[in-house]
Design a protein around this ligand. Structure first.
Ligand code: ADP
Ligand code: AIR
Ligand code: ASP
Length: 286
């Protein structure tokens, strides 16, 4: 196979040029970072599990009408995605207090919010992804009101769907982070697409019965074996065999290679909804 061109080396993934224009390959690495890469480790099998979990969740979201970048899994560490222009805003949805909101506002961890809280962070590693509001987003032109409205609406839908999905396998969705991108159609119409990944790297998931943390907080705060938590999530989702694919820190390559393909059939025929960039019309003026 011809040498592929790496376009971007991220903290958890490498982005390669895709086989066709407008496509990319996301390669899921085993690297784990926290606190803006202050803390770093390589954890065997993490990339395989995140690739699989994210592919599964993205296809489920596509099925409820959330347009996603995911096209299909290529192998245990790679997936083919549609290339988008990433909007530099990280949307965080919180159902239960944990992480930065506890520090910032003095809320007790585990406090259940009456309704979900949406926050925006400016995606800029050098600045440590600072929290921002709509005024910053519009003033600096990171997104316009139509785009932001679409991102927020889709984030609430993702939250509703994922709450049910995880509840069904005994996990509580505490919070998560989403990234969206712009995709232009043949007539220059604009679509907002869910991109990046949805995995325990960017969702907090607690066991419903024991409150045990199954996500990246295990790594952030040295709470136990990270891969064991991710593997348990993948098992409960029915994505890997019950006896697992990572044992004692070693990946069972044979079992990992035998995992089935995940394909986003629906994305092929989906009818995208473009964001109305025209001037709002006054219905009283005929
Ligand atoms: P980081 O950039 O924070 O280190 P990753 O290691 O996860 O994060 O790298 C993946 C990068 O690819 C992210 O910057 C993400 O915004 C970007 N990305 C994700 N999906 C797409 C896509 N469909 N098109 C273009 N870029 C994408
Ligand atoms: N997140 C935010 N930036 C990067 C990531 N992964 C995710 C965390 C957590 C949620 O966003 O994984 O699920 C909120 O993070 P925090 O640190 O603001 O509490
Ligand atoms: N992904 C970010 C980092 O690597 C933040 C985090 O997940 O804690 O620093």
């Amino acid at each position: 196979m011809a040498r592929r061109k790496a376009l971007y080396e991220g903290k958890a993934k490498t982005i390669f040029e895709g086989p066709e224009p407008g496509t990319l390959i996301q390669y899921f690495k085993d690297d784990a970072t926290a606190f803006n890469a202050e803390k770093h480790d390589v954890i065997a099998g993490k990339g395989v599990l995140n690739n699989r979990i994210s592919a599964h969740i993205m296809t489920k979201l596509e099925a409820i009408g959330v347009p996603t970048h995911f096209m299909r899994s290529l192998n245990m560490r790679e997936q083919l995605v549609r290339q988008v222009d990433i909007i530099p805003i990280e949307l965080v949805v919180r159902n239960v207090a944990a992480g930065s909101i506890c520090k910032r506002l003095g809320v007790k961890e585990g406090t259940v919010f009456p309704y979900p809280i949406v926050e925006y962070y400016y995606k800029k590693d050098e600045l440590g992804d600072p929290m921002v509001n709509e005024n910053h987003i519009f003033n600096f032109g990171w997104a316009d009101p139509f785009e932001l409205e679409e991102m927020v609406a889709q984030s609430f839908r993702v939250n509703d769907y994922l709450n049910g999905l995880f509840e069904g396998i005994g996990l509580r969705l505490v919070d998560f982070k989403l990234e969206f991108g712009r995709l232009w159609g043949d007539f220059d119409e604009l679509y907002i697409i869910l991109a990046d990944e949805i995995s325990p790297d960017n969702c907090r998931l607690w066991d419903v019965k024991t409150n045990e943390k199954m996500d990246k907080d295990r790594f952030r705060h040295d709470l136990g074996d990270l891969v064991e938590g991710y593997q348990e999530i993948a098992k409960r989702l029915g994505l890997i065999p019950k006896d697992g694919i990572i044992h004692g820190g070693n990946i069972d390559e044979k079992a990992a290679c035998e995992l089935g393909e995940i394909e986003n059939e629906l994305a092929k025929e989906r009818r995208l909804r473009s964001v109305n960039k025209g001037k709002p019309k006054n219905p009283r003026k005929a």
